[in-house]
Structure formats: structure tokens, C-alpha cells
Write a protein that binds this ligand. Structure first.
Ligand code: BES
Ligand code: MN
Ligand code: ZN
Length: 498
């Protein structure tokens, strides 16, 4: 993790290797950061920017030399889109600056804002820390020799706008600690998702959850295969049977300092590898299926953040973990399995396994009497077809709770889009031999998956978030790394703290 400090005013006298400045539009000499900077450098930044075709738009950058007039050897103007949410703007700016420094092998980066875009100190620091850690993030566990990076960015200085009263040091320290907790959670989730599936088996995921829980003092319980069967989570057992590696069921409890009447139960899909089972996926679709435990990683990481940031509500996490493999014991198409809830399910596509293990976990969650039940799962390719690769689909039976989560997302800038639990598609899940079948038809796949889950949540307020797209990035984006992204953690944490 990086070292952070907050200083007042831009670092014209500081000692950074790179000074990055957020700029929207043509650089203006009246700007409280750019003005003094241009003067010190002895250049007209507007003219220079015109020459270099830098208009201060998103994805544009202008690199300058410090010309020996500044302690910072290099300067980077980073174009920022003023229409995106302020938190995302700050995050994106930090990502771009740190990536630039990384590419040039610079160690100490200063980030300067002339305006915090309406963000309060804590949110500004959080977005900047999350962005900087995102820019610096690399999964290098399995690289050797010359593939191992030698150095990288070590410290980041956040410069408050010159015109703004500097925040009190105690507030800054607290904000840095809270931001660091979120950054740590994001790193945990990304590492877990990026870990190869031969290493991160269900048992290993459970061990890492135990190690994390122990480190921060969270209560944790892990059920093994026989225990899962004894408890009656038969759908989870059915999915596991095609695999050599046994299943696990993880429960983690967070209790707030003061007892709360609100109990949030989180469920995360912990499919450590999805081959499709007997309905085997084609090779291309299978390549990145180690990401199918992203929901579980998100939930575990959020519990870590809870332990460190102590929101006022009670939170319980449930993570059903298994592989979906085509071994000799694998579930067949046509199999009928009795779920934990008692409802029977005819399995007609073994690749629709996520909803099976979630159904048991959701039904079990009802025993815990949640105020609200929220699941996160890389559930359907159909959701990516509907919303593209960067947005999550949100389904809910409760407008108030859904609104809360969507408002949190509007703040963080993470993309969520509410999709309907369309009643007319319900009949697609009707089976002749069981209460339900586990797949609908070709169209509306994200909706039929959500409708399937709804059969297991009773009348409890429930939100289902399909993160099949945003949990994993084929290529790095302006705000997230390649591979596991950590999507959803900032928003869910904000929801728990709202
Ligand atoms: N894990 C997949 C969904 C997925 C697809 C996640 C792409 C991430 C990226 C899920 O288990 C699955 O296979 N869903 C099927 C459902 C179908 C068989 C009804 C799908 O989306 O094709
Ligand atoms: Mn599948
Ligand atoms: Zn899956």
C-alpha cells in the first residue's frame, strides 16, 4: 500500500517527482494552481496546451518538464470531465496520475486540485486514496525474475486547493485511516479474484476469509461439505458434486459498537471456477471464469471494511463456495433437487449454477431475520448484453432500499442500472415435474435469473445485484485495473454507512 499525506496548497515548493494537476477545459492563468505554476515555469499554459491540442477533456493529458524551476521534475495536466460525479472525478484523476508515474518509474506523486468540486474532506481523501491505490495496483504474485517490477510509486501527497481553509489534522488523519480501510478492502477483493482457480479453491477462499476475520476481530464460521449437506443446502451440494474439491459455506458477523435494530445480510456468489458443468462452456467463455467468485470477494472485502470503519448497522455475510465442474458425480440435466427452502428445482442447464447456490444461501439468510437482504453475483452474461461490460444490473422488491443503494452509487459514480422483475416472464420458470426450473428462455436472461432468486427471499426487502460485467475488466479502465476490479465495494460501504 502507498503512503499518503495531505498538505495545504499545490506543491510548488514540495519534493515530488511528479506534480499532477486536475484540469477541466483550457488551462486558465486565473486558476489558483495553474496560475502560479505557469508563472514559476515562465510559460503560458493556455498557449502551450493549444499547441499540444490539450483541451482539458477526459482521457487527455499534457506532460511538461519542471525545467529546473520546480522541485517536481515533471508536471502532468490531467483532463477531467466536469459532468461525472465529483467522487469519480477525484478517483479518476488519482488513477491517471499514479499510472503516469508508474510508467515513468517515479516514486513520489503530488496531486493538486484547484477546487474540490463540492466534495467534503473525507470523501475527497477517500476518492483520491482509492484512485491512487487503483492506479498503483498490480497482481504480481506469479511473476518471476525480469517480469517482477523493480520499483514503483511509494508515496502520494494530496494538495488541498490554495483558496480553501486546510482541514484540521485530526480530521485528515481519520479520513486517511478510513480511506485506507476501503483501499485495503478493494485490494483484498482484487487479489482474490485475480488468484488462479487452482490456488483459490473453495477451501482456500474459506481459509483466506478466516485469516482476514481473525486479523480484524470478526466472528467467522465455516461449514465443510458434510456440514452443508446436514444443514440441507442441497442445491449447493448438487453444484459441488461434479468437482473433486469440496464446497465451503462461510458466515461472517459484524456487530456495531452500539446495538442496532437494522440487520443487513449480504450474500455473495463464491463460485471459484465455472466450467459450466456438463453444459460445458466453450473455451473462450471459460477463460476468465475464475472471476465467478467476485460476489463472494466483494462481500468478504466489505466485511473487512466494516471491521475497520465500524458502521452503525449489524452486518452478516454469507458466501456459498464451490466449483462447477463436469466430473462423474456432476448434476445432470433433468435432475430434481430439493432446496434448503423446501422448494424443488429441475436443473435443465448446469451452467445456470449461480442461482442454485444463491437460492440456498438466500433461503438460509431468512432464518437470520434480515432487515434487508442483498446479494451480489456474477450471474448472467445476459446482464452484460443488456448493460454493457461496466454496469451492474440491480433488481429489487423494495423501492426504498433499492433507492438507497442507487443513491450511494450516484455518489461513488459506480454504474448501477435498475432492471425490472417482469411478472410476465415468471411462467418461463415453470416446470412440469418440480416447483421451478433453473433456466428461462433465450431472451431476458438477467430477469429470469432474478425472478428465480425471488422465489427464495420470501417477503423480506431484497436487492439482487448482477455484477457479471463490472466485476472483471478485460482491459484497465480510467477508474479500475485490469482483471478483478473491486466493483461495488465503495457503493455498498456507503450504503451501510448511510
Ligand atoms: N458465471 C456465469 C455468468 C457470467 C458470464 C459471469 C460472463 C461473468 C461473465 C453464470 O454461471 C452462467 O453461466 N450463466 C449463464 C446462464 C444461462 C445458462 C441461463 C449465462 O449467462 O450464459
Ligand atoms: Mn455458469
Ligand atoms: Zn457462474
Amino acid at each position: 500500500m502507498l503512503k499518503f499525506e495531505v498538505v495545504h496548497g499545490p506543491l510548488l515548493d514540495g519534493s515530488a517527482d511528479l506534480l499532477a494537476v486536475a484540469v477541466s477545459g483550457r488551462p486558465n492563468s486565473r486558476d489558483p494552481v495553474l496560475g502560479p505554476l505557469a508563472k514559476t515555469l515562465g510559460v503560458d499554459l493556455g498557449t502551450l496546451a493549444d499547441e499540444e491540442l490539450f483541451e482539458g477533456k477526459a482521457d487527455q493529458q499534457l506532460a511538461l518538464s519542471g525545467r529546473d524551476r520546480l522541485p517536481a521534475r515533471r508536471i502532468l495536466l490531467v483532463g477531467i470531465d466536469p459532468t461525472t460525479p465529483a467522487y469519480l472525478r477525484a478517483r479518476t484523476f488519482a488513477v491517471a496520475a499514479v499510472r503516469h508515474a508508474l510508467a515513468l518509474n517515479l516514486r513520489r506523486v503530488a496531486l493538486a486540485w484547484s477546487d474540490l468540486w463540492g466534495l467534503e474532506t473525507a470523501a475527497w481523501i477517500e476518492a483520491a486514496v482509492v484512485g491512487a491505490e487503483t492506479g498503483a495496483y498490480r497482481f504480481i504474485e506469479y511473476l518471476t525474475e525480469d517480469r517482477r517490477p523493480k520499483n514503483g510509486v511509494t508515496s502520494v501527497v494530496l494538495c488541498t486547493p490554495p483558496g480553501r481553509r486546510p482541514p484540521p489534522p485530526a480530521r485528515v488523519d481519520e479520513a486517511l485511516a478510513r480511506a485506507g480501510a476501503l483501499a485495503e478492502a478493494l485490494q483484498l477483493a482484487r487479489d482474490l479474484v485475480n488468484e488462479p482457480p487452482n490456488v483459490l479453491t473453495p477451501a482456500e477462499l474459506a481459509r483466506r476469509a478466516q485469516a482476514t476475520a481473525k486479523r480484524v476481530g470478526l466472528k467467522i464460521e465455516v461449514w465443510d461439505g458434510p456440514e452443508i449437506a446436514k444443514r440441507g443446502l442441497h442445491l449447493l451440494c448438487a453444484v459441488q458434486r461434479g468437482a473433486e474439491n469440496p464446497a465451503r459455506f462461510i458466515r461472517i458477523d459484524y456487530r456495531p459498537p452500539k446495538p442496532s435494530r437494522r440487520r443487513v445480510v449480504l450474500v455473495g456468489k463464491g463460485l471459484t471456477f465455472d466450467s459450466g458443468g456438463l453444459c460445458l462452456k466453450p473455451p473462450k467463455s471459460m477463460q476468465d471464469m475464475k472471476c465467478d467468485m467476485s460476489g463472494g470477494a466483494l462481500v468478504l472485502a466489505t466485511m473487512l471494511a466494516c471491521a475497520l470503519r465500524k458502521p452503525k448497522v449489524e452486518v452478516i455475510a454469507l458466501i456459498p463456495c464451490t466449483e462447477n465442474m463436469p466430473g462423474g458425480g456432476a448434476m445432470r440435466t433433468g435432475d430434481v433437487v430439493r432446496s434448503y427452502s423446501g422448494k424443488t428445482v429441475e436443473i435443465l442447464n448446469t451452467d445456470a449454477e449461480g442461482r442454485l447456490i444463491l437460492a440456498d444461501a438466500l433461503a438460509y439468510a431468512l432464518d437470520l431475520k434480515p432487515s434487508v437482504l442483498i446479494d451480489h453475483a456474477t450471474l448472467t452474461g445476459a446482464c452484460m448484453v443488456a448493460l454493457g461490460p461496466n454496469a451492474a444490473g440491480l433488481f429489487s422488491n423494495d423501492d426504498a432500499e433499492a433507492g438507497r443503494l442507487l443513491r450511494a452509487a450516484q455518489f461513488t459514480g459506480e454504474q448501477y442500472w435498475r432492471l425490472p422483475l417482469a411478472e410476465d416472464l415468471k411462467e418461463l420458470l415453470r416446470s412440469e415435474v418440480a416447483d421451478l426450473r433453473n433456466v428461462g428462455e433465450q431472451y431476458g436472461g438477467a430477469i429470469t435469473a432474478a425472478l428465480f432468486l425471488r422465489n427464495f427471499v420470501g417477503s423480506v426487502p431484497w436487492i439482487h445485484v448482477d455484477i457479471a460485467g463490472p466485476a472483471w475488466a478485460e482491459k484497465a479502465t480510467s477508474y479500475a485495473p485490469r482483471g478483478g476490479t473491486g466493483f461495488g465495494i465503495p457503493t455498498l460501504l456507503r450504503f451501510l454507512e448511510s
